[in-house]
Design a protein around this ligand. Structure first.
Ligand code: GLP
Length: 253
């Protein structure tokens, strides 16, 4: 790791070993704060975590009423119950989140992108105390949420057009239909406003993006490189995702 790379980087023996770490992150913020706002990324990176979170929420291991949830992004016109949408994917993997959605303690990203609805969403998040814990994935091209290369650092929630590589990666979820072209996303400024960020990247497909994020030029070309300016970020990698780093951190279990 280069000396100027600020995030703490942990290379785990395997992606599965991230699940207890992520659950502990959630437990810690719930213990430290009164009803903290926690924001999720979707994507396959977090599938195992969401399955375990579902077990915890259903068994009472983590109290459904002790925190507020939200997420980063949504495809345009994908209401929470529409197949392929982010909330739909989240609640498929973690059905217990449906109860939070019904109670109003899970704040869905407004999917139509009207400016007023996005400002109202930001206000709601502010009233909920702002994001205390942000889970993040990373795209193969270095995107975070749907901030594609070139995204502005000072952006709040906004409507964006997806990169072709992002659409290709999302395509299997939408077969036989075409993947969406546009989405609402938290901007980089919104993401960096979280008190703590935990980014996960697993698999060799992510190795180049991880290298660019931690060792490349910190610029709009790699939106994830903005994380290097965050004072409280943790990056969890499996050995394959860490394979292009200059000096991989020693393995932790
Ligand atoms: C998607 C989402 C991100 C996600 C990322 C990685 O396009 N907008 O929130 O973290 O790409 O997805 P995956 O975990 O499926 O690789």
């Amino acid at each position: 790791m280069q000396p100027n790379a600020k995030p703490e980087v942990r290379v785990l023996d395997s992606a599965e070993n991230a699940v207890p770490v992520l659950l502990d992150e959630l437990r810690n913020v719930i213990a430290a704060e009164s009803r903290p706002l926690v924001s999720f990324a979707t994507g396959v990176t977090f599938t195992a975590f969401f399955r375990s979170l579902d077990v915890e929420l259903k068994s009472g291991g983590i109290d459904v009423g002790s925190w507020v949830g939200t997420h980063l992004d949504e495809y345009i016109a994908f209401e929470p119950n529409r197949r392929g949408g982010m909330v739909h994917e989240l609640t498929l993997r973690c059905p217990a989140l449906r109860e939070m959605l019904a109670r109003g303690s899970f704040l869905p990203v407004p999917c139509h992108g009207a400016a007023g609805s996005l400002r109202a969403h930001e206000e709601r998040m502010k009233r909920a105390g702002g994001v205390k814990l942000q889970f993040l994935g990373i795209g193969r091209n270095g995107h975070v949420a749907f901030n594609e290369p070139g995204a502005l650092i000072d952006s709040g929630f906004h409507v964006t057009t997806l990169a072709e590589s992002t659409r290709r990666d999302a395509a299997p979820t939408f077969v036989p239909d075409e993947p969406p072209r546009r989405a609402v996303t938290a901007g980089l400024q919104s993401i960096l406003g979280a008190e703590r960020i935990v980014l996960c990247a697993f698999g060799s497909d992510k190795a180049d993006a991880v290298r660019a994020m931690l060792h490349g030029e910190s610029s709009e070309r790699c939106p994830a490189s903005a994380l290097r300016d965050h004072p409280n970020a943790l990056v969890l990698l499996d050995p394959a995702a860490a394979s292009s780093l200059d000096a991989p951190a020693s393995a932790a279990s």
